[in-house]
Design a protein around this ligand. Structure first.
Ligand code: ZN
Length: 147
């Protein structure tokens, strides 16, 4: 169990030091800003769609290791994923932030952040990129509305 924890901490540190999919996405369909004033974290998430698929996702931001690593891990999981599965993962991830329990099968490397639930102030850090992603998805719904 402690081996697993070490592995998870290494994964978080690795994503913090070498963030994936970080930078501008000039041809993004939607973007949303995430701000966590409690910790000073900033995460902006940009999405590009093809039908119901997220073909590209990038983030930009600064902040603590949890906020930045969570954003980086999220982009690697959601890139190429369907919009409906992205929403499903958002539900499962936010559930894990409440209970500390997450299925490795369902959440994959996102489970590395399960321990964050023990530190309520940090949960906001871990959720920031997900909330920005969600807001970005909502804007898409508005954008394709015929009304
Ligand atoms: Zn933070």
């Amino acid at each position: 169990m402690s081996d697993m924890r070490d592995l998870y901490q290494q994964l978080i540190l690795d994503h913090f030091k070498s963030p994936r999919n970080k930078g501008p996405l000039p041809d993004a369909d939607t973007t949303a800003q995430g701000r966590n004033p409690l910790c000073g974290d900033e995460v902006d998430v940009a999405l590009k769609f093809d039908g119901n698929q997220i073909v590209d996702i990038k983030f930009e931001g600064t902040g603590c290791a949890i906020s930045q690593a969570s954003a980086s891990i999220m982009t690697t999981v959601l890139k190429g994923d369907s919009v409906s599965h992205a929403r499903d993962l958002l539900d499962k991830f936010s559930g894990m932030m409440v209970t500390g329990k997450g299925s490795l099968q369902q959440l994959g490397k996102l489970a590395a952040l399960a321990d964050v639930h023990k530190y309520p102030a940090r949960v906001k850090c871990a959720m920031l990129s997900w909330r920005a992603m969600e807001a970005s998805l909502e804007r898409r719904t508005v954008a394709v509305s015929t009304e």
